[in-house]
Design a binder for this molecule. Structure first.
Ligand code: CA
Length: 263
C-alpha cells in the first residue's frame, strides 16, 4: 500500500517553500522514511532521518538548532517510540511529537499520549493527512511561543487562555503551569485534558468522553489509560496528590474538577 498516493494534489502545494521548519523523522522502514523525506522536503521542510530511537535521541542532543517537530514511529528496533518520547520529556524537551501508530491498536495511542506524544496518526496514512497534522501541531506551538512574548494576545479567542487555581496559574496555550517561581511544562494532551475538565467544572466527566472528546478516540480503548494522565496532573496541581482537592475521582464514572473557589 502506498501511503503517499496523490501527494501533489491540492492547493497546499502553493505553500511550498514557506516552511523552513526542521523536522526529525524517526522511522526504521527505509522506503517509508525516504518517501516521507522526499515529500516533506517538497513542502519546504528541512528533514533529518533517524532509523531507530537511540539515534533519534542522539540527533536531538546534537542538533545545532532544536527540531520544530518529531514524527515518531512507535515500532522501532531497540527502544520503542514510547521510550523515545518519555526520554525526551524526562529531559525537559517539549518538542511537539506526532506519533505513528499501528492501526487497530488504540492502546498504542493511549500509551503514546501517556509517554508525552502530542498527536498520533495510524499507519498506513495518507500523506495529505500527515501534512495537515504536522501543520496543525506546528501552528499550535507557534502560537504558544508567540503568547509567551509580552503584549501579544492569544489568537485563540473564545477559549480559556489561563486558569488560576490558588497559587498556580495554568496557561493552556503556553502549555505550562506557573507555580510561584516554578514552571511545569505540559504536553498538548495534558493541557487539553485539563482544559476539558475545567470547562466542565463541577460535573462528572466519564473516561469515555475524555477519550472521545479530547483525544478523538472512538475505538474500544482501555479507558483506564486516562488514569495515568490524572495521576500526572494531580502531581502538578494538587498540594497532596494522594488526597486531591481539585481533580476528584467519581467512582464508577470518571473525574470531576473542582476549583474550590466557592468554599
Ligand atoms: Ca516501524
Amino acid at each position: 500500500m502506498n501511503p503517499f498516493a496523490g501527494q501533489f494534489a491540492g492547493p497546499e502545494r502553493a505553500d511550498a517553500g514557506k516552511n523552513t521548519r526542521r523536522l526529525l523523522v524517526v522511522e526504521d522502514e527505509n522506503h517509508i522514511a525516504v518517501g516521507l523525506r522526499f515529500n516533506l522536503e517538497a513542502e519546504g521542510y528541512i528533514v533529518t532521518l533517524a532509523e531507530d530511537g537511540e539515534s533519534a535521541l542522539r540527533s536531538c542532543e546534537r542538533a545545532r538548532e532544536p527540531f520544530d517537530l518529531i514524527v515518531l514511529d512507535v515500532m522501532l528496533p531497540g527502544i520503542s517510540g514510547f521510550e523515545v518520547a518519555e526520554t525526551l520529556r524526562a529531559a525537559g524537551n517539549y518538542v511537539p511529537v506526532l506519533m505513528l501508530t499501528a492501526r487497530g491498536r488504540p492502546e498504542d495511542v493511549v500509551n503514546g499520549f501517556a509517554a508525552g506524544a502530542d498527536d498520533y496518526l495510524a499507519k498506513p496514512f495518507e500523506l495529505a493527512v500527515l501534512l495537515a497534522r504536522i501543520q496543525a501541531l506546528l501552528r499550535r506551538t507557534f502560537w504558544a511561543r508567540q503568547a509567551e512574548k509580552p503584549g501579544k494576545a492569544s489568537p485563540l479567542n473564545g477559549l480559556p487562555v489561563c486558569f488560576e487555581l490558588g497559587e498556580k496559574v495554568i496557561l493552556f496555550d503556553d502549555l505550562k503551569i506557573l507555580d510561584g517561581e516554578r514552571e511545569v511544562p505540559l504536553t498538548l494532551m495534558e493541557s487539553n485534558l485539563l482544559k476539558y475538565l475545567i470547562e466542565h467544572e463541577g460535573r462528572a466527566v466519564s473516561r469515555k468522553s475524555l477519550l472521545e472528546d479530547v483525544w478523538g478516540l472512538h475505538e474500544d480503548t482501555d479507558t483506564r489509560a486516562i488514569d495515568n494522565f490524572i495521576v500526572r496532573l494531580r502531581r502538578y496541581l494538587e498540594t497532596d496528590p494522594q488526597n486531591p482537592k481539585h481533580l476528584l475521582t467519581v467512582r464508577g464514572v470518571g473525574y470531576r474538577f473542582e476549583s474550590g473557589a466557592g468554599e
